[in-house]
Design a binder for this molecule. Structure first.
Ligand SMILES: [Zn+2]
Length: 55
């Protein structure tokens, strides 16, 4: 279902993309996290992907 409201779209985008993913266990952490909350690894990557690429 496409989201028509561009303002709402931005909020949704931030909610989805503004996260950090653990490279070790794949857990989703808050963007402020410096360590994984599950395995304590500091090997985190930011989840930033263009939504436009999604079909
Ligand atoms: Zn982890």
């Amino acid at each position: 279902m496409p989201i028509a409201d561009p303002e709402l779209m931005k909020i949704v985008e931030n909610r989805i993309l503004n996260k950090k993913i653990c490279r070790v266990c794949g857990a989703i952490n808050p963007p402020t996290a410096t360590r994984c909350r599950r395995c304590r690894s500091s090997n985190l990557r930011p989840k930033r992907k263009a939504l436009a690429a999604k079909k």
